[in-house]
Design a protein around this ligand. Structure first.
Ligand code: PMP
Length: 401
């Protein structure tokens, strides 16, 4: 039957991450592979109470169909949050509530891309975005990430040479590297995009998870008429709610409503009402402070162990928040080889080449630091260091040489 699949399905493979996650089901495995928030951060009791209040106060309304755009109070809350955080005025009618920001990627790609259109992504890039975009059959170009974000020279050159329809960017604590764009890179990105016709897709699920350094305004705040800004409650409240949003330029909100309606009419109404109730009744900032403190401790444990145990010649990013750190092994070692040894020692990660389109990143790996406690994270890094040693020993040379 495979020959009856649409052309867009050609070359689509099962996600490598999903294959790795099947290993992590064993209880003894320490996983740096997933992108899971820590379950202890989920406000279970508060969600229970909010749900009970929604059902008793307005149960019939909450269980009814609602508008495609999403519940007014929720969109107003999101707009107010942009005003408080960035002095950024967002029209609630420019916001579409989606089924996790992952859906926004699909819907925005659907309204923008024809087969063969050029799109520009960071290298490495978020796997879920590569998958979403690829279903619309574009020609994908990449631009390298440096320690301060996308490299401005190559970005300007790529925009000029290929006139991509869109540039997909994660400027805060990028998945998979943990890198954030610094102020100069944000300004250069705004300039480069302003000189082009390329539309910015700014994906910001991690922005609220900053626990070091100073937060910066979204890049899209400087090019509002040509950018989509995506956000999510997954890392702020809980991913199981599947609640996210996209802020669209005025001319793009109607096309977005059309494709959202075709996809699923609207996002889960009850979950939207529960969020409205929850956000109106609990102290989100205190909740975020606790989450950030927990994740900061996880990152510190990971960094301390990596710096103490990793062979000379290893390099790592220095995330200021988010959920991921990117580790690059010394020349001569590959992450896939280390993964085999790591699985044998009950620790897993995602090899870096999964986040590139062309096999690069083979010495790198993505490490998640939010789903375990500091002691477990240290233990995991010890196992990882042993796995690296084992591969190096097999090669018959000391690591780092
Ligand atoms: N964008 C990025 C960069 C992500 O890492 C993720 C989730 N891991 C998403 C979007 C999707 O998140 P959600 O659909 O849960 O909002």
């Amino acid at each position: 039957m495979d020959h009856r699949l649409a052309a867009r399905m050609k070359g689509i493979e099962p996600s490598f991450i999903r294959q790795i996650l099947s290993v992590t089901k064993r209880a003894e495995v320490i996983s740096f592979a997933g992108g899971l928030p820590h379950p202890d951060t989920f406000p279970v009791e508060e969600v229970r109470q909010a749900t009970a209040r929604v059902l008793s106060d307005r149960g019939r309304r909450a269980l009814q169909y609602t508008t495609t755009a999403g519940v007014d109070e929720l969109r107003a809350w999101i707009a107010a949050r942009y005003a408080t955080r960035f002095d950024m005025i967002v029209d609630p009618d420019a916001i579409l509530i989606v089924n996790g920001s992952q859906q926004a990627l699909d819907l925005v790609a659907k309204i923008l891309l024809d087969p063969g259109d050029h799109v520009l992504v960071e290298a490495p890039s978020y796997l879920g975005a590569l998958q979403s975009l690829s279903l619309y059959q574009p020609t994908v170009r990449t631009v390298a990430l440096g320690p301060g974000g996308v490299e401005p020279g190559p970005l300007a050159a790529a925009l000029a040479d290929h006139d991509p329809k869109l540039f997909y960017s994660v400027p805060n604590f990028q998945n998979p590297t943990g890198i954030s764009y610094d102020a100069a890179t944000r300004a250069a990105t705004t300039r480069a995009l302003s000189d082009s016709e390329t539309i910015l897709i700014e994906d910001d699920p991690y922005g609220e998870l900053r626990f070091r350094g100073i937060g910066l305004d979204p890049i899209s705040s400087g090019i509002r008429d040509r950018s989509f800004l995506m956000g999510s409650f997954s890392k702020v409240v809980a991913p199981g709610l599947r609640m996210g949003w996209v802020v669209a330029p005025p001319s793009m909100i109607e096309p977005l409503h059309v494709v959202k309606q075709a996809a699923d009419l609207h996002s889960n109404h009850l979950a939207q009402e529960i969020l409205v109730e929850l956000l109106g009744s609990f102290d989100l900032d205190a909740h975020l402070d606790a989450t950030r403190a927990r994740y900061a401790a996880g990152l510190t444990a990971m960094e301390d162990a990596l710096d103490a145990l990793l062979p000379e010649g290893s390099e790592r990013t220095r995330p200021e928040g988010g959920m991921f750190l990117w580790l690059t092994l010394p020349i001569g070692l590959t992450a896939r080889e280390v993964l085999d040894e790591a699985i044998a020692r009950d620790v897993v990660f995602v090899p870096g080449d999964a986040f590139f389109l062309d096999g690069r990143g083979e010495r790198s790996m993505r490490l998640n630091f939010t789903n375990g406690d500091p002691a477990l994270i240290s233990q995991g890094v010890h196992r990882l260091a042993e796995a690296i040693e084992a591969v190096a020993a097999r090669r018959g040379r000391p690591v780092g040489s």
